[in-house]
Design a protein around this ligand. Structure first.
Ligand code: NAD
Length: 349
């Protein structure tokens, strides 16, 4: 998209309010399915992207990260934080915003909230991966950690994988009650549980989505038997893991981008050369996914920039012709491109 010099470039901005309206307009299940299709399409052309582990700035209480990528035509980045202690102060653990730009001009073409969008893209990615790796006919999911991501994770698994029951556990019973209430009238059987052991009873998919900046052990070795798929979401930062190392050793591990996951994922507990499979290679058919009913498959999700790029592309396409964005005056447009100083005269009192 090249702009003529005389065109005033206004950048569409999708606020949190507009994102909520867009989600209702499209419908959450449809949006999760369509976003998974966008992510799937971008994973199939993995080689066309610039890839780098995200740039992280750590503090004792959290992390702030920038996640850039480009496919040569568009460039995207997300700003995202992770502060597990925030909820106790009435703040989100994760907030985000992001930008998509035109590589040909360098001009931004979209600025958007990405807190909701991160929950959607994380859930869409989890379900897209579970569709490949979960045992055939998986109908029951354990959802351990019932915070901000949990309903999105559950609904994506319902839409893409076809789960019929979710078994909820959180150390905070109020989080479980909130999640159970939000999932009412979705057609799912909702089973709140008092222990993680109870939550995983009869489940073929085990999702861990807790927030705690330490090496936690949400799943211990004796809790996990053969023939399950583990969707490990919350271990996504150095020193922040969820899965006991002996489970990792018994699992076939699938990751997004190994150089990032080895720093941030649950596999930070393993040797640097421990074998992992890149999920994009399973999607293209180059590598195997689940090969036996007894296998434990584990998706060590940390969230990768290409998923955000796909989500940004999706929103850029979906807002066209809708009222769900505001044009932002965020680009200078002097009459003579070299006379930036002269442009100041326009605003003279
Ligand atoms: P949140 O703070 O809203 O919810 C986390 C929940 O985990 C809370 O309800 C808390 O009570 C619960 N919890 C903490 N310790 C627990 C334990 N030992 N057992 C059971 N429950 C426990 O956070 P969120 O926004 O839902 O995010 C959850 C996690 O997912 C965070 O760690 C976040 O960094 C991560 N995340 C990962 C991705 C990704 O792409 N992989 C994307 C978004 C968020």
């Amino acid at each position: 998209m090249t702009l003529l010099p005389s065109e005033k470039a206004l950048v569409p901005f999708v606020s949190v309010d507009h994102m909520m309206q867009l989600i209702h307009h499209i419908g959450l299940p449809t949006m999760l399915r369509e976003m998974a299709d966008y992510i799937h399409a971008d994973f199939l052309r993995w080689d066309s992207f610039d890839k780098t582990p995200r740039v992280a700035s750590h503090s004792p209480v959290g992390v702030i990260e920038l996640m850039p990528t480009s496919d040569g035509e568009a460039y995207g980045f997300k700003y995202v934080n992770g502060h597990p202690k925030n909820t106790a102060e009435g703040l989100q653990t994760v907030t985000a915003f992001g930008l998509l730009a035109d590589v040909a001009t360098g001009y931004p073409v979209l600025l958007t909230e990405m807190t909701l969008l991160t929950a959607l893209r994380t859930a869409a990615t989890s379900a897209m991966v579970a569709r490949e790796l979960a045992p055939n006919n998986a109908k029951v999911m354990a959802m351990i950690g019932n915070g901000a991501q949990s309903e999105f994770q559950t609904l994506a698994m319902q839409e893409l994988v076809g789960i019929q029951e979710v078994r909820l556990f959180d150390t905070d019973p109020q989080a479980t009650a909130k999640c159970a209430k939000n999932l009412e009238r979705t057609g799912l059987t909702i089973t709140p549980c008092n222990t993680p052991e109870d939550a995983i009873q009869g489940a073929q998919i085990l999702t861990t989505c807790t927030a705690d900046k330490r090496n936690a052990t949400i799943l211990r070795g004796n809790m996990v038997g053969a023939g399950v798929h583990i969707n490990a979401i919350g271990g996504d930062c150095p020193g922040k893991t969820e899965i006991a190392a002996d489970i990792l050793h018994r699992s076939d591990i699938f990751v997004e981008f190994p150089p990032q996951t080895r720093i941030e994922g649950d596999i930070q507990q393993l040797a640097d050369d421990h074998p992992v499979t890149e999920i994009w290679k399973v999607l293209t058919g180059g590598d195997s996914g689940r090969t036996s009913a007894d296998q434990i498959t584990l998706f060590d999700s940390v969230g990768f920039a290409i998923e955000d790029f796909s989500a940004l592309r999706y929103i850029r396409d979906k807002i066209v012709g809708t009222p769900y964005s505001t044009p932002l005056d965020m680009l200078a447009d002097p009459d003579d491109p070299r006379d930036l100083f002269g442009m100041l005269h326009r605003a003279k009192p």
